[in-house]
Design a protein around this ligand. Structure first.
Ligand SMILES: C[S@@+](CC[C@H](N)C(=O)[O-])C[C@H]1O[C@@H](n2cnc3c(N)ncnc32)[C@H](O)[C@@H]1O
Length: 280
């Protein structure tokens, strides 16, 4: 994940005792965020400084699309929620795949959800991010800074997929209310109970900030939850990740990284070895 320049720092706000969120603008105009335990402390941002939205769609959008095309009732696992780009990408792509689902969502008819039951598990260390995102979907986000970021992320996705906010919010909340989208907190404490995973969106901070999440032990154990048909995509490429993937039967394609990153990782198991594009 890239670090952002001082002048890109738009706002900072004390979220609660000891935790600060910062909102940052990236080169494609989309917002990224970072969190830190002191207002002055520079913390890793959640996305590449070259474009949060563009990076998300390149690294995770392609994997989400591939998974939706290949697997019915897929289970997506996102580590971590952050400000919700990956979840938005899943919601919009899932709605778009069923034209009649798209139509009926404007009439708030949930029947069609039965025909297109995906599952999502989102992990997020900062539980307030889970709550604010959920509140936003219910039109009740009380944090102006995050609301500004969510509004912008929504505008980007709604334009790209020609959807309305009400369609996405209705679909997301229907999944949530049906227990099909679960918002969980710290991953290390909660991943053991995961059901079989079809799509890992491995969007943890880098090894220097989150060393445990890149350790061979955690990676192997986390990937043990992979279904016979599964895919993992991440912005990073590391030897430990490759070894863990191989040990769990994945085929690895080292894909070009986003912006200044040399490599990213696209790994599949039991699925066609179709390669994603190396550019958007
Ligand atoms: C690179 S950001 C993810 C960005 C996010 N996908 C988005 O679209 O905004 C990494 C996220 O993982 C969260 N995180 C860090 N350690 C975690 C842990 N142990 N368990 C769950 N989430 C964690 C961070 O709080 C942060 O929100």
């Amino acid at each position: 994940m890239g670090s952002l320049r001082e002048e890109d720092l738009l706002e900072s706000r004390k979220e609660r005792e000891g935790l600060y969120f910062h909102l940052l603008k990236t080169l494609d105009g989309s917002y990224s965020a970072s969190s830190s335990s002191s207002e002055k402390m520079d913390q890793e941002s959640m996305h590449s400084s070259q474009g949060a939205f563009t990076e998300t769609e390149y690294i995770y959008g392609e994997a989400i699309q591939f998974c939706l095309e290949q697997i019915q009732h897929a289970h997506f696992v996102n580590l971590g929620l952050g400000i919700g780009y990956n979840e938005m990408s899943i919601f919009c792509r899932a709605i778009t795949r069923l034209p009649d689902l798209k139509e009926s969502l404007s009439k708030t008819d949930f029947q069609l959800l039965d025909r297109f039951k995906i599952k999502i598990t989102s992990f997020e260390l900062h539980s307030e991010l889970n709550q604010h995102f959920l509140d936003y979907l219910k039109d009740d986000c009380k944090n102006p800074m995050l609301k500004k970021a969510y509004d912008h992320i929504f505008s980007l996705y709604l334009e790209k997929f020609e959807l309305t906010a009400i369609q996405v919010k209705t679909y997301a909340l229907a999944l949530y209310d049906a227990g099909l989208w679960r918002l969980q907190e710290e991953v290390l404490a909660n991943y053991q109970s995961l059901e079989k995973v079809n799509c890992y969106l491995f969007d943890a901070y880098s090894k220097s900030a989150s060393s445990e999440l890149w350790s061979p032990h955690f990676l192997e154990s986390f990937l043990e939850k992979a279904d016979d048909k599964s895919i993992l995509s991440t912005y990073a490429a590391t030897g430990d990740l490759n070894r863990a993937l191989r040990s769990r039967g994945f085929w690895i394609h080292s894909r070009a990284g986003f912006a200044f990153k040399r490599q990213s990782t696209w790994a599949i198991k039991g699925l066609p070895k179709e390669l994603p594009p190396d550019t958007l």
